[in-house]
Ligand binder design. Sequence first.
Ligand SMILES: [Ca+2]
Ligand SMILES: [Ca+2]
Ligand SMILES: [Ca+2]
Ligand SMILES: [Ca+2]
Length: 267
Amino acid sequence: MISSPRLQLLPHLSLLVLLSCGEHSSSLDEADASAVDAMVTPDADPGCTADIAQTFFADQDGDGYGSPDLVAIDCTAPEGFVENDNDCDDTDSRNNPDAPEICDGLDNDCDAATTETCPDNCLPQLTMSPNGGTKVYLFCNQGLTHAAAATVCEGESMEMVRVDDLEEQSYLSAQRVIAFGVRPETWIGASDPIENTWVWADGTGFWQGRANGTPIDDLFNFWRAGEPNDGGNNEDCALMLDSPNGRWDDRPCGLGRRFICERSEAP
Ligand SMILES: [Ca+2]
Ligand SMILES: [Ca+2]
Ligand SMILES: [Ca+2]
Ligand SMILES: [Ca+2]
């Protein structure tokens, strides 16, 4: 029943109890709060007794706020545990009681009563990411230059969207119809501030050259045939075309286009 001398799982309480200063009770089937307390026995470690042991809460995202879902009973906080259980999202350090409420459809400040305000005509869309976390996109239904669009994203602690694979590309292209009502040309976070070296908003290079260029580090690209071509020698920003698959084209950065922001995934 006890798989480790330090870790015990109480399924019916959904608690992971970490013990460091006592012998363990042999039966956990009937465990309740008093039984948990009784597991800290005074005989093994005279320095830590049930009288003085207290409950600590796991802080798995390291933001200083703990989750009531995972507790430890000890006399000092074990590594990764804190005294409070005030974190409403212990998978993401950007959501905690000190965090500002931002436009993402999530409760960032752990106060359900706070309403979030979004930039004009911007709609947050939440998706589940493969690692089990959440991913937030902001579909902004207003035509801005690439630079102005980036500023809107950064104002929401986001970046202009980085497209990492065909699945994400397909989702974003299709979601435009739902968010915008139409499928317009849509800025993404790709640009070549140094001609012919295409980078995402986070600085990651993904494409070298023009239409006959090559991917950098095997990263995903979705250029339309013949693109990028730096047409007119001034096409330094990329957008999804208004076609169903949303292939990419480089265009002058000063055009006003709708755009998508992204909040990177929680680790
Ligand atoms: Ca936390
Ligand atoms: Ca958190
Ligand atoms: Ca929010
Ligand atoms: Ca072009």
